[in-house]
Design a protein around this ligand. Structure first.
Ligand code: AMP
Length: 441
């Protein structure tokens, strides 16, 4: 009987790493998509939808045999007809396949496409990392100019900011082209050759199969070794250097906050030149937020890069291209956290007990000081007795009550009453806001 109940309990669980989008979240997902669509449509992107399943070898031929996706993250299946198909782990390859299959190079160039939907990677589930996740993506195909990077980054960051997910920051780097990347790879290998014993097991393997990915490792020992590793930026050939300079100039002139992350590589083989990731800027303080109160999310909200060689990997033609996407589940999560934070910021932390009319007059001035620092204070001007007002403070569950009577008005002081310990201290009116701020932090 017990085992039947257990079986039934498992039966009604969604597969690991895959989640339902319930009515209360559904609207937020829609909101993110609508904003991204509205902005990208304005900039000239047309919608496309490609199948959830593609031939398995399409991904093998483009993402790189040693990428994490190909090595361990793809959901593959064999149809009854014997075809090998894979649930799409990302969007760029399917869009490029469609571009090539439908001869879109005969349309006015570049072709600018947007898409949305589910993608699948068999990863270890954790906060913000799912096995089925939603992305909104953009691709500009057959455009080599740096302005294409600028448009993609601009739209993705604008979407986040207009949704209220900001402030954000873009991490950006250049991986160079085939030629300059080769020189860098050589020097990187020679640097790591001497340190190989200090690397984790996965990195010892990466050293042989995909050395650029050594820079991606978060293990403490590997991160330490990385600090002295050669940087791609110093190996860029002149055309790559010029291209990257133009990308950064575009970001500067569009006011997009970014920083150069000289070790940013991204895991896929098809990337060349610009790569970028978008994060919530956890250092920047927003209005109304106290220091250290800002989100510490260090998971990327989006990312992308240039893939000038992908078309050639799948066909005989060269079509330089650039794309990027937003992780919609992560954006929704962030918006929900922000909303919760905004709500807790608004719930009062302090109840102001005023005894007598002089105190009630003085209280307006003090309330205003609290409002300016975005600290919410509750009060009950209509009630006169200490007991009646303290009862309300108790109900509101505030950690502190401020008490001001005739004596305090005369002395320009105020009593801070700790609602839990019942301890009291008298402080000067000038300092009360600062003291409460410290206590609440
Ligand atoms: P990528 O296709 O790896 O460049 O990812 C683009 C964006 O999609 C990332 O920046 C994330 O925001 C999101 N993303 C990627 N993988 C996952 C995942 N497993 N779960 C949730 N979001 C993801």
């Amino acid at each position: 009987m017990a085992s039947k109940t257990k079986k039934q309990a498992i039966l009604i669980q969604s597969p690991k790493g895959m989640h339902d989008i319930l009515p209360e979240d559904y609207e937020l997902y829609q909101k993110v998509y609508e904003k991204a669509e509205e902005i990208s449509e304005y900039y000239g992107f047309s919608p496309i939808q490609t199948p959830h399943l593609e031939r398995t070898e399409l991904f093998g031929a483009s993402l790189g045999e040693t990428s994490d996706i190909i090595e361990k993250q793809m959901y593959t299946l064999r149809t009854t007809g014997g075809n090998h198909l894979a649930l799409r782990p990302e969007g760029t390859v399917g869009v490029m396949r469609a571009y090539l299959e439908h001869g879109m190079h005969t349309l006015p160039q570049p072709v600018m496409l947007r898409y949305k939907g589910s993608f699948f990677r068999h990863e270890r589930p954790q906060k913000g990392r799912y096995r089925e996740f939603q992305q909104f993506g953009l691709e500009i195909i057959n455009e080599e100019k740096a302005s294409a990077e600028a448009i993609v980054i601009k739209i993705l960051t604008l979407t986040l900011e207009e949704l209220g997910a900001g402030p954000i920051i873009v991490r950006i780097n250049s991986l160079g082209d085939k030629d300059c990347k080769a020189g860098y790879r050589k020097d990187l290998l020679s640097y790591y050759r001497k340190k190989i014993n200090g690397l984790c097991k996965s990195c010892q393997k990466r050293y042989k199969t995909n050395p650029l990915r050594l820079l991606d490792c978060k293990e403490e020992g590997c991160a330490e070794i990385k600090k002295e590793a050669p940087q791609m930026i110093n190996y860029l050939c002149n055309p790559c250097k010029q291209h990257f300079k133009e990308v950064l100039e575009f970001l500067d002139s569009s006011g997009i906050p970014y920083f150069l992350d000289t070790y940013l590589v991204r895991g896929l083989d098809y990337y060349s030149r610009t790569v970028f990731e978008i994060f919530k800027d956890s250092k920047k303080k927003q209005e109304g937020e106290a220091e250290n109160e800002v989100e510490e999310t260090q998971i990327a909200l989006g990312g992308g890069g240039r893939y000038d060689y992908l078309a050639k990997m799948l066909s005989r033609k060269d079509f330089p291209a650039i794309g990027g996407g937003l992780g919609v589940d992560r954006v929704v999560q962030l918006l929900k956290e922000k909303d919760a934070k905004a709500k807790t910021n608004k719930t009062p932390k302090v109840f102001f007990v005023q005894l007598g009319s002089a105190a009630k007059h003085k209280s307006l001035d003090i309330m205003e000081k609290f409002r300016k620092t975005h600290l919410s204070v509750a009060q009950s001007m209509g009630k006169d007795s200490l007991k009646g007002q303290m009862k309300i403070a108790d109900k509101l569950n505030v950690p502190y009550a401020l008490i001001m009577g005739q004596k305090e008005v005369m002395e320009e002081s105020i009593i801070i009453h700790d609602m839990n310990s019942r301890a009291q201290e008298t402080v000067s009116v000038d300092k009360v806001v600062e003291i409460i701020k410290q206590k609440i932090k």
